[in-house]
Design a protein around this ligand. Structure first.
Ligand code: SAH
Length: 455
């Protein structure tokens, strides 16, 4: 096989980033936006040693899983992987991908742990509570916003993204209109010049309160004025913030938040607890499904009322607080100071007096706890995509909890971390994929590990 060949290809598998996979002359061929069961005319675009890439010229026989889930920019925007197949098929793909990670990366044997069916979402559109729209300017200097193309920082203009609440496109559209009218300079990543970078919106699923944040390279009076205007125009906006990010890397938010009007936080309800949120606090993007995820984590943790619970990477405290009334004492650890502040406030607001929140690196804090002789009965970890570092895992092991519940947005690193614990006295009991991100290639996983010899 060589570049520019035209072949007939049967797609038999699919990756989480939405590439269908077929085999030709013993080689895997990856073809975007195709589905298992498709027979296609494939044009080969690149050939490596053991795999190749192609594009689909035409579909000879469509897969029975095909379904057009709508979206004018699917395939160009980097957000979704699966708007061309049914949600049912998407769930099967994610369920298999998570299991494969535990078998291949984790090295666990099929049948030695319980693999629960994926918990799919009941809503496949408009489930998100947060959007971060990068702003760019076209050749004529007109500002527009949208989402990044796959593996790129090219902004694809997107009117109404079907994953977001409809009102987000109205607010973002109004912001862009005023940015153009008032000639606010748009930030240019390549030169580092210009001002306004992102529009960042969040909406409390249960409260309906919206937080409008603009991210800018520097404080700009005209931008503050625009924020003030838009903040007044939409009744649901309950917080208006200017975030300053002068950095020249991929991190969207800077550390400094300036409250422009209506206060710097919004509140929402999560698992029955009132939650206050700053722009810098992590909050699961799909609230209803996150509540189901946390309920699954709680079922795995199985608190009986007298435990010490340690919630590592706790964000605004949501997971631990959902169990605080069922344990003796809760300690949360989180590195972002604003999130810790929110977590403390959230405990107070919910009458929870048996919780402490510590602003620290999870690994460092866990090591200190372990040295101080803290012996939590249950440890919950919910790290970013890269997973836990070895120092954190070692500290967990030395604290010798009865149960470790891992929540993870990357099944590969979760499987790796579970393998480490399983080499140090913990048995993998149960794994469940929970889909918080329909349409996209992402999936959440919750895992129960328990100390060998302790029931
Ligand atoms: N459990 C929370 C947050 C999970 S996201 C929830 O469900 O809402 C992961 C969190 O880990 C983020 O809040 C992030 O700020 C925090 N974090 C990242 N690196 C960390 C570290 N080294 N130590 C402690 N917390 C960290």
């Amino acid at each position: 096989m060589k570049k520019n060949d035209d072949i007939i290809l049967n797609i038999t598998d699919v990756t989480l980033d939405g590439n269908g996979v077929g085999r030709h002359e013993g080689m895997a061929v990856f073809v975007p936006a195709t589905a298992p069961g498709d027979e296609i005319d494939c044009h080969i675009t690149k050939v490596n040693k053991s795999y190749a890439f192609g594009i689909c010229r035409s579909i000879r026989k469509p897969s029975p899983h095909r379904q057009d889930r709508g979206c004018a920019v699917f395939g160009r925007c980097g957000g979704c992987s699966f708007r061309h197949i049914s949600y049912e098929a998407e769930c099967r793909i994610k369920e298999k991908a998570v299991l494969d990670d535990f078998l291949r990366i984790g090295g666990f044997e099929r049948g030695t742990f319980e693999y629960l069916p994926i918990m799919g979402d009941t809503r496949t559109d408009r489930y998100r509570n947060k959007a971060q729209y990068p702003i760019a300017a076209d050749e004529s200097g007109r500002a527009f916003c949208g989402f990044y193309a796959k593996r790129s920082h090219r902004v694809i203009e997107c009117g109404d993204c079907l994953l977001q609440p409809e009102i987000f496109s109205s607010i973002a559209g109004r912001m862009i209109q005023l940015i153009n009218e008032r000639h606010i300079p748009v930030y240019d990543e390549t030169t580092g010049k210009g001002c306004v970078r992102h529009i960042y919106l969040r909406r409390g699923e249960h409260s309906g309160q919206i937080q409008l944040t603009a991210v800018a390279a520097y404080d700009h009076r005209g931008l503050r004025e625009i924020l003030g205007i838009v903040g007044e125009e939409f009744g649901d906006i309950g917080s208006v913030v200017l975030n300053i990010n002068p950095r020249r890397d991929n991190v969207i938010l800077g550390e400094k938040c300036i409250t422009v009007s209506k206060g710097g936080t919004i509140t929402d309800i999560m698992c029955g607890s009132e939650i206050t949120l700053s722009p810098l606090s992590f909050y699961q993007v799909n609230t209803l499904q996150a509540e189901r995820l946390y309920a699954a984590a709680k079922a795995f943790a199985a608190p009986a009322g007298d435990e010490e619970l340690l919630d590592l990477y706790c964000g605004a405290g949501t997971i631990g607080l959902s169990m605080a009334k069922d344990v003796k004492h809760l300690t949360g650890v989180e590195i972002v100071p604003q999130a810790v502040e929110n977590a403390r406030k959230n405990a107070d607001a919910n009458g929870i007096t048996n919780a402490d929140f510590i602003c620290d690196d999870a690994g460092g804090a866990a090591k200190r706890f372990s040295e101080q002789g803290l012996r939590p009965d249950i440890i919950i970890t919910d790290p970013p995509r890269k997973g836990c570092d070895t120092a954190t895992l070692e500290a967990i092991i030395s604290m010798s909890p009865k149960r470790v519940v891992m929540v993870s947005c990357d099944p590969a690193t979760a499987a790796r971390d579970c393998a480490y614990l399983s080499g140090h006295g913990y048995a993998l009991k149960a794994v469940q994929a929970v889909d918080l991100y329909p349409g996209t290639g992402h999936v959440e996983t919750v895992v129960l590990m328990s100390k060998v010899g302790v029931e």
